[in-house]
Design a protein around this ligand. Structure first.
Ligand SMILES: [Zn+2]
Length: 275
């Protein structure tokens, strides 16, 4: 059967994937996000028919006369939000990311118009406020939305064997940020990495400290220095140079970093790598 194919951001791997639902979300996902995810896994044939109606209505509005019927399914896509295809007999096959099971009719209608707008110019004219707000409001790690890097699943929050990240955060927040900084997710790295000592990712507000610091013989002030360094990244955000390039350790960062009480000593310890 010849098919007219209009596929949007739908790589072959996703198209070929069997229609199985995703595994349960990462364990350190907030309860609210987890319950949304569970909800989105439940099939609702009446909703599927309603979405098909909305698509046909949008197609008529756009005078896409070749489209006669629509069939809708929801998939746990990894890299696409939706795709559709029109068979020569006028049947449209729509596939939405499972997150759209939580969407209202305005969101669905706008998504249908985005699918049906063929040219860049037509797309630019589509009303998409509800659609954009819906996507922006989804917990991205739970739904594996396109363009979102999943955090390392093995980095764990929770107490270390010898050191507490929570207590380190409290000390630094009190001493250097007047207690004003909101606590990020604090995790020990899965491995005792000596290459990457710490990291902070603003996307998921997550601060990871290498497990090499969870040791009795590493002085507490060295752990605190690392905590301070990573919290400065949270505090300052991603710096940009004049040419727009990312700059993580600019002049302001360096100046603030030197305010750490035992800055020189901590640096010396890290350089000697006496872990
Ligand atoms: Zn840094």
């Amino acid at each position: 059967m010849r098919q007219l194919s209009f596929v949007f951001a739908d790589p072959p791997s996703a198209a070929a994937a069997p229609p199985v639902e995703a595994a349960s979300p990462a364990e350190n996902v907030e309860p609210h996000a987890a319950s949304l995810f569970r909800l989105a896994r439940v099939r609702d044939p009446a909703f599927e028919r309603r979405v098909a109606e909305l698509f046909i209505a949008a197609a008529h509005e756009r005078r896409a006369r070749q489209i006669q019927r629509a069939k809708v399914s929801f998939r746990p896509f990894r890299s696409t939000l939706y795709s559709f295809r029109i068979a020569a007999d006028g049947q449209a096959m729509l596939r939405f990311h499972i997150a759209f099971r939580l969407a209202g009719e305005a969101v669905i209608t706008q998504a249908c118009h985005l699918m049906l707008a063929r040219t860049r110019r037509a797309k630019a004219g589509v009303e998409r406020g509800a659609y954009d707000a819906f996507i922006a409001g989804l917990p991205p790690q739970v739904f594996r939305l396109p363009g979102v890097r999943r955090p390392s699943p093995r980095a764990r929050s929770g107490p270390g064997r010898f050191r507490s990240l929570d207590e380190s955060f409290d000390r630094i927040n009190r001493s250097y940020f007047e207690g004003q900084l909101a606590r990020p997710k604090l995790c020990w790295s899965p491995k005792r990495s000596r290459r990457i000592l710490g990291s902070y990712t603003p996307e998921d507000d997550r601060l990871i400290v290498s497990r090499v610091f969870d040791a009795e013989h590493v002085p507490l002030f060295v752990l605190d220095y690392l905590m301070y360094h990573e919290l400065l990244h949270k505090y300052l955000g991603i710096g940009r140079r004049q040419d727009g390039k990312r700059c993580m350790h600019g002049a302001r960062f360096r100046a603030l970093e030197k305010r750490f009480d035992r800055f020189e000593e901590a640096q010396a310890f890290l350089e000697a790598q006496r872990f």
